[in-house]
Design a protein around this ligand. Structure first.
Ligand SMILES: Nc1ncnc2c1ncn2[C@@H]1O[C@H](COP(=O)(O)OP(=O)(O)OP(=O)(O)O)[C@@H](O)[C@H]1O
Ligand SMILES: [Mg+2]
Length: 212
């Protein structure tokens, strides 16, 4: 992605396809990996730079059913580029007090991007992660998220905290594949809903916001 965004390499030349020895994961997807050089993105001055990713992805749009963009955990240029290029956005948030406090900031960034760069961008939901159902702080954070999001977007079914993710990462595997019945199952339900265009799985611990 660093070559695509910073050095105008055509996206096709950055794709690791299923035939690539570098792509170890099985499954029907190709990958364009990140690189630490992407850190340069924040310092770059260039006309229309915030839509450079959207422009680069144009060729891939009709070639793939879905394109998933993973944004960094900050509100820098790469996140704005991702929002400018996307049709919909899901915001994963750890159910920790400080993490959930950042949601207001990302919502502000999303509305600016909708107003100035990408009016078609849809906020599909907040995805609480590393949730401890038995921890009262986590339940409070979830309720806080639901209150903040009321009328804006749904709070999705939380991903429970689980060792399955660390184990899978350590073994270079996909958690959902390595332990399908673990907390990772939420990601399977979420993906299925996205693929079929049906309602995303909502959190049922808290009253759901009424759609505006
Ligand atoms: N539900 C979970 N339960 C326990 N550990 C988790 C869970 N989800 C993720 N982790 C662990 O947290 C770490 C970070 O996960 P992940 O890369 O998904 O987060 P991120 O916010 O995208 O991080 P980054 O800032 O690096 O992009 C990993 O080590 C992963 O194993
Ligand atoms: Mg990440």
């Amino acid at each position: 992605m660093a070559h695509v965004i910073l050095r105008d390499l055509p996206l096709e030349q950055a794709i690791y396809g299923q035939d690539s020895p570098l792509l170890v994961a099985r499954g029907g997807f190709d990958l364009v990996p990140s690189h630490i050089d992407l850190a340069e993105t924040d310092g770059r001055r260039e006309p229309g730079f915030d839509v450079a990713l959207r422009e680069a992805l144009e060729v891939a749009r009709e070639r793939y059913d879905f394109i998933v963009l993973d944004a960094p955990p900050n509100l820098g240029m790469l996140t704005v580029m991702g929002l400018a290029a996307a049709d919909e956005v899901i915001i994963p948030v750890r159910t920790e007090p400080y993490d959930s406090m950042g949601v207001g900031l990302i919502l502000g960034t999303i509305s600016k991007v909708q107003r100035r760069l990408n009016p078609a961008l849809r906020l599909s939901g907040i995805l609480p992660t590393q949730f401890g159902a038995r921890k009262s702080v986590d339940r409070e954070v979830l309720e806080h998220l639901a209150a903040v999001m009321a009328g804006k977007a749904p709070v999705l079914e939380p991903v429970q905290a689980s060792a399955a993710f660390g184990h899978a990462a350590r073994n270079g595997r996909i958690a959902l594949e390595a332990s399908p019945s673990s907390a990772a199952a939420v990601y399977g339900r979420l993906a299925a809903a996205l693929v079929t265009g049906s309602a995303l799985p909502y959190a049922n611990l808290v009253p759901q916001p009424v759609e505006a």
